[in-house]
Ligand binder design. Structure first.
Ligand SMILES: NC(=O)c1ccc[n+]([C@@H]2O[C@H](COP(=O)([O-])OP(=O)(O)OC[C@H]3O[C@@H](n4cnc5c(N)ncnc54)[C@H](OP(=O)(O)O)[C@@H]3O)[C@@H](O)[C@H]2O)c1
Length: 186
């Protein structure tokens, strides 16, 4: 299984403010959707709170220390088969919600998946880098500082090789540029 961290990061490393994204960047949301579609997405409970619904067409795995979380999760768009780990990973891409109470537990459960996207937030990225779990990193590097309260961690750049970069210049309505960058662990 490949663990692929994916994040949008400002020049000053900000990734969030008041549990939401500090910028409006539809191109990034579209890129995120296209990239992750069909694969399991792994997220912290606060990132779940900020999205507040399962991302469609993907197995949404939420990490929380609260074993009773699944019973409380908002379920307006949640399939009725929302269950606690362990349960079989769906063979077909489908909108599903599951929870795990630890990162090793989640990764063991997802071990047979070809790729799993780690979609945040700050605490999850930090743990994954510290534990050397990240195989690939896909960053939307935003060339602008933003105010915020959640930050992308200091990551071991020397252990990664940049394999792709796509630049998008500023527009009339967006003063800053951004790059989609793909890094691979060497
Ligand atoms: N720019 C981006 O690409 C991007 C992506 C994602 C998120 N964000 C932003 O990041 C911010 C959220 O990040 P955050 O760091 O505050 O929160 P987070 O990482 O999303 O969630 C933290 C929570 O996850 C659970 N958790 C974390 N590690 C765990 C572990 N090892 N075992 C069990 N549970 C674990 C805990 O939930 P319990 O408290 O329930 O135990 C913890 O409080 C928001 O502002 C969001 O908008 C930005």
């Amino acid at each position: 299984m490949k663990l692929i961290a994916i994040a949008a990061v400002a020049k000053n490393r900000v990734i969030g403010k008041n549990n939401t994204l500090p910028w409006h960047l539809p191109e990034d949301l579209a890129f995120f959707k296209k990239t992750t579609m069909g694969a399991p997405v792994l997220m912290g409970r606060k990132t779940w709170d900020s999205i507040n619904r399962p991302l469609p067409g993907r197995l949404n795995v939420v990490l929380t220390s609260n074993p009773a979380w699944a019973a409380q999760a908002p379920n307006s768009e949640t399939p009725r088969d929302m269950v606690r780990h362990p349960h079989p990973i769906p063979a077909e891409p489908a909108t599903r919600l599951a929870m795990c109470t630890g990162l090793p537990e989640a990764l063991t459960w997802l071990a047979d998946c070809e790729r799993v996207y780690l979609i945040g937030g700050a605490t999850l990225y930090k743990q994954a880098f510290e534990q050397g779990l990240v195989n690939e990193l896909i960053l939307t590097e935003i060339h602008q500082n933003f105010e915020g309260d959640a930050f992308f961690p200091d990551w071991p750049q020397h252990q990664f090789t940049e394999i792709e970069r796509t630049h998008t210049p500023p527009t009339k309505s967006r003063a800053w540029s951004f790059d989609f960058v793909h890094y691979q662990h060497t």
